[in-house]
Design a protein around this ligand. Sequence first.
Ligand SMILES: *Cc1c(COP(=O)(O)O)cnc(C)c1O
Length: 365
Amino acid sequence: MERLYPSLTVSLPKLRENTRQIVERCRRYGVSVCGVVKGCNALAPVARAMLQGGAASLGSSRLEQFEALRADGVSAPFTLLRVAAPSEAEAVTELCDTSLQSEWDTLLRLEEICARKGRTHSVIIMADLGDLREGFWEQDELVEVCLRVENKLPHVRLLGIGVNLGCVGSVQPTVEKMNDLLALARRVESAVGRKLEVISGGATSSYPLIHNGTMPRGINHLRIGENILLGKDLQIDWHIEDMDYLAMDTFTLTAEVIEVKTKPSYPQGQLCIDAFGRKPHYVDEGIRRRALLALGRADAGEVESLLPRDGGVRIWGASSDHCVLDVTHSAREIRVGDTVDFSLSYGNLLYLTEKNDIRIVYEEE
Ligand SMILES: *Cc1c(COP(=O)(O)O)cnc(C)c1O
């Protein structure tokens, strides 16, 4: 059965333009952009839009996405962003050109596979500068491993080093952190006796340094997903107000109204827990006009993080298959059978595109 709603409308011109805006600003600092497509399950038209907007390569954490892109005829240098699992080493050498690495044993395995197949594979060795996810914590060890890759692994090419910040440990990418990475790169360069091609300064969370003009010279690569796809985290969560050259309405989720009623805003009866074992906090705002949507967590994940396009509409609550809106102050009168539009947060985009029962519509103009 084909469902009309919920549907996801993708504006390809806006995605191209977001990419172009970011790529152009990065270029002024000598920084090339890897367009990261994992947030939208690597939808091929989105990947193409990033390339048309000037992304130099495409990045994802998942090899299956490169396989699908290739099957769709998208050709670009592919960079694997999640440190390769030993069990996928063979696939790594087949499906991507470059990968981020942090374990000597995996590098050795890549060498064996590449030697057997007569291929080469490029690697960016990751440093952990405090965010405490992937990467070498001991800088001496990182320098030593880079040197060994350079001298002992003829089929594994040391492309450079990189860092990831602002993820698991929520550490802010600062000028100091970038300078730490540059100092480490200089140590690697003097050990191997040549310049590194890539010094990769992070993801969307490092982009503010480009935006505000403080990115230190020498950082020459960023891996950017969210800021191209949604442009929301920095503008809304980081409160960066003059980044309005990036569109936040690149993706539109449209859901259908299945009930509209006037009801109290405070649940009636003895309160225990909701469908997900939580105890939400309710505020008694009296009698409200409410609309029920045929949309829930099963479709969009954390429904509360959706951004209603109509500023008067508020998300009141949600379960697996329902979302309750407060439409008391909506700009238009909302009726059963009407649709309501939302912009997305990253988690919503991730859920909606992982599923194959959401109708996706691509807009060219
Ligand atoms: C996901 C990821 C990125 C892109 O992150 P955004 O916040 O979407 O820009 C960059 N680098 C690594 C290692 C990642 O895992």
